[in-house]
Design a protein around this ligand. Structure first.
Ligand SMILES: C[S@@+](CC[C@H](N)C(=O)[O-])C[C@H]1O[C@@H](n2cnc3c(N)ncnc32)[C@H](O)[C@@H]1O
Length: 242
């Protein structure tokens, strides 16, 4: 493992001073989470634009536990046999790829980080009927009821409460039958932590399943839930969307 100045120099040569500064702060403020939140995480979109890219991809793909969790999630989601899926905050496309291996339906991912999407385009390249686009979950560029199921995995938790609420409302708007979420309930410098299942219950919506993720590194704070939505699709739109 190389020391911080060496890593900083490598980061500077690879992606310039803003990225290097971001990396130094992220790596050096471990013992001061409130400062880390203020200095590194004030703007989640900026954070993820800095964080995304080849280093992040390599780091994540090197963790077997992360793959186990995604495989578990993909199995659960595929069990609903959705006619189409939107993943909000698709990152570099790990879940979309696992879903493609299980389902034939149209898969769409959006993310507000351009660097994550560049990586996703390469990781998902060549897979049929998978599209990704740059967009924020707070304002989804889709018509009402455009997708049979909308999924988030470790996304809403990265947004402060007002944005988290906007994302949930947008999901309810564009989803027809199901909304499925893997969202941690614990808090850290870059994680707000929400009880998504409680939010759905508070909205008077039914949950078809809810529980911890056995394959998670922190099962006690992990949560996977699927809400059944009351969307009443007009006949004409239903035929068009399939
Ligand atoms: C921890 S990664 C998870 C990626 C992917 N869902 C997975 O499980 O592999 C979180 C991703 O959510 C994205 N994200 C967070 N908030 C978002 C928002 N409001 N709109 C769009 N993307 C968002 C980040 O850019 C990042 O790529």
């Amino acid at each position: 493992m190389s020391i911080l100045p060496v890593r900083a120099w490598r980061a500077l040569s690879a992606r310039g001073p803003r990225y290097a500064w971001h990396k130094v702060l992220r790596r050096s403020l471990g013992r001061w989470p409130s400062w880390k939140r203020r200095l590194v995480y004030a703007d989640p979109r900026h954070y993820w634009t800095m964080r995304g890219g080849h280093d992040y991809f390599r780091e994540q793909e090197g963790q077997a536990a992360r793959t186990d969790r995604i495989e578990w999630l993909a199995d659960r989601i595929a069990a609903y046999r959705p006619a189409s899926i939107l993943e909000v905050g698709c990152g570099y496309g790990k879940l979309l790829r696992a879903l493609r291996a299980r389902l034939d339906c149209h898969l769409v991912g959006v993310d507000f980080s351009a660097t994550q999407l560049t990586q996703a385009r390469s990781f998902l390249g060549g897979l049929a009927r998978v599209d990704v686009a740059l967009a924020s979950g707070t304002r989804l560029p889709f018509i009402d009821g455009a997708f049979d199921m909308v999924v988030t995995s470790a996304v809403i938790l990265h947004n402060p409460p007002p944005q988290a609420e906007q994302i949930r409302r947008e999901i309810l708007r564009v989803a027809r039958r199901f909304a499925a979420h893997n969202e941690e309930t614990s808090v850290s410098y870059n994680r707000y932590g929400y009880d998504t299942a409680a939010w759905y219950r508070g909205e008077g919506l039914d949950l078809v399943e809810c529980g911890p993720i056995p394959a998670d590194l922190e099962p006690e704070s992990s949560q996977f839930c699927v809400a059944r939505l009351p969307y009443d699709l007009p006949d004409e739109l239903s035929t068009r969307l399939g």
